[in-house]
Ligand binder design. Structure first.
Ligand SMILES: [Zn+2]
Length: 107
C-alpha cells in the first residue's frame, strides 16, 4: 500500500481509463443479461435481437481495449503501429486504428 512512488500522468490516465472501461463493461454485461432474459412482447423480438448484437459488439470492443491497456499496447494503431491521437481516444476509447488506417479499414 505504498504511495511513495511518483506515478506518471500517463499511468494515471490509463488507470482512469481502465476504471471507466471496466464500469462500462459491467454495465453492458448487465444490459446483455437483461436483454437475453427478457421474454416479453414477441413483437419486440427483432428489435431485441439487434440490441443484443450491438451490446455484444460493444462488450467485445471494451474487452479488447481493456486487454490492450493491460498489455501496454493501448493507444497504438494496430495497422501502422503509430500513436492514436488522444482526442480520438477520448471520443472512441476502444479505437484500434488511427484515423487514416480506420478509413482504409472501412473500405
Ligand atoms: Zn495507423
Amino acid at each position: 500500500m505504498s504511495t511513495g512512488t511518483h506515478r506518471r500522468a500517463d499511468q494515471d490516465r490509463l488507470d482512469d481509463l481502465q476504471a471507466s472501461l471496466s464500469k462500462e463493461f459491467e454495465a453492458q454485461t448487465t444490459r446483455l443479461t437483461e436483454l437475453t432474459a427478457d421474454t416479453g412482447d414477441p413483437g419486440e423480438a427483432h428489435t431485441r435481437q439487434a440490441l443484443i448484437a450491438a451490446t455484444r459488439q460493444s462488450i467485445e470492443q471494451i474487452a479488447g481495449a481493456l486487454r490492450r491497456v493491460a498489455d501496454g499496447s493501448y493507444g497504438v494503431c494496430e495497422r501502422c503501429g503509430g500513436e492514436i491521437p488522444a482526442e480520438r481516444l477520448e471520443i472512441l476509447p476502444h479505437a484500434r486504428f488511427c484515423v487514416p488506417c480506420q478509413q482504409k479499414q472501412n473500405r
